[in-house]
Unconditional design. Structure first.
Length: 403
């Protein structure tokens, strides 16, 4: 995608094959957050070199062509639309997919239950399917159905959480089991996080919380303010926000009166009947999954304030492009500096690590020399961070394998 003369050194360090597939310079992907990831944010991410998804989960069908038109008017031709079939009425889902096919949307993002018929229909239309998964079984099923890229979500993620394992436990297993490119998601907020997942073999990082706290996101200013004021311990996993959503879907949100039980029992017989706000003339109910948007009014603090566990490293509302480029520069510098002292054995590119060797598995032992080399890489990255390099704090594991 990039000629040597036009690529920056950061681009060259971070570039992975998935960039060619998606059509972006940097392997940094905007999560398709429903309501929040509109064209303004996706355009800003794309112009900075990343890849933007429009969050169209359960949105009215007319909004899809409107948002797509804004992307194309801004000169962005490679982008995605995210839908969630499991939580969408079948008739609405069919209309949404029809709209995406008619518009020749380049990429479609899917999440939650793997529905092979949906994946096959979209792929057959020539659209690249990027499927987010929360388990090894889901990863295998999505790949078998025709997904061209997988996103492995760790339990640290904000919003709806499919995963039950930490990202750094699940990611190596999926990398070892599938052949399609894999992105990582879940609590990733800074360059240290991106460097970690790339070193482990992911081809890129999908980010939500860090890009929600930006000027261009459609989140309400109250939500953004709460994000930058929060520490990671305040991002809690709960089932309290469930109205208008199938039961059993946990969400990670910032602690508030609802999560503390101060607004009553979310599963009482009359739960979900109290109107606490409005959005574009639509009522928002207590315990619903609606997060406050720019267009929302009412009791914002009692709404779902989605946030991943990396929220403690998001300390200001800035431009999305500025944040993306800062994260890229951090990650590239860490990886380049760590690579300046080559490991004791020759390894192939980071994309291939997990597939060529059995890493971090309970039922398999990785070659000692591989573990030593990769632990040396992560140790070098930690030394950079602990020394204050690039102004970030360490978020890397001390070792790939713990006793």
């Amino acid at each position: 995608m990039l000629s040597e003369s036009h690529a920056t050194w950061q681009d060259r360090v971070l570039h992975r094959p998935v960039c060619e597939l998606l059509g972006c310079r940097l392997p940094l992907v905007l999560a398709g957050m429903g309501g929040v990831a509109r064209a303004e944010l996706a355009v800003a991410v794309s112009r900075a070199g990343g890849f933007g998804f429009l969050g169209m989960v359960r949105e009215p069908v007319h909004l899809i062509p409107e948002e797509v038109a804004q992307m194309r008017a801004a000169g962005v031709e490679r982008f995605g639309v995210t839908l969630m079939p499991w939580a969408t009425a079948p008739a609405l889902l069919a209309e949404q997919i029809d709209a995406c096919i008619a518009l020749k949307v380049p990429v479609l993002g899917l999440f939650w239950d793997v529905m092979p018929d949906v994946i096959r229909r979209v792929a057959h239309a020539g659209i690249l399917v990027v499927h987010q998964v929360g388990s090894l079984d889901d990863a295998r099923r999505a790949e078998a159905a025709g997904a061209g890229v997988l996103v492995v979500q760790g339990v640290e993620a904000g919003g709806h959480v499919r995963a039950g394992q930490p990202l750094l436990e699940l990611l190596p297993d999926v990398l070892a089991a599938v052949r399609v490119p894999v992105l990582a998601a879940g609590g990733l907020s800074d360059g240290a996080d991106v460097a970690t997942v790339l070193a482990l073999g992911a081809q890129g990082a999908m980010m939500g919380t860090a890009l929600m706290a930006t000027h261009e996101s459609f989140a309400h200013d109250h939500h953004k303010r709460r994000l930058v004021e929060a520490d990671s311990s305040q991002a809690v996993l709960t089932e309290a926000f469930h109205v208008n959503w199938p039961r059993g879907a946990k969400v990670r949100v910032l602690a508030n009166a609802v999560t503390r039980g101060e607004r009553g029992d979310p599963f009482a017989e009359d739960a979900g009947r109290t109107v606490i706000g409005q959005d574009a003339g639509r009522p928002i109910y207590l315990f619903s999954t609606d997060s406050p948007l720019r267009s929302t009014t009412g009791d914002l603090e009692s709404m779902a304030l989605y946030a991943g566990q990396g929220v403690g490293r998001v300390n200001a509302v800035v431009g999305a492009g500025e944040r993306l480029l800062h994260i890229a520069a951090q990650a590239a510098q860490m990886l380049r500096t760590a690579a300046s002292e080559p490991p004791t054995i020759e390894l192939s590119s980071p994309v291939c690590y997990a597939r060529e060797f059995e890493l971090v598995r309970d039922d398999a032992i990785a070659p000692p020399e591989l573990l030593a080399a990769l632990n040396e890489l992560l140790a070098a990255l930690n030394e950079l961070l602990e020394g204050g390099h690039a102004g970030v704090r360490s978020g890397l594991p001390a070792s790939i394998v713990t006793e």
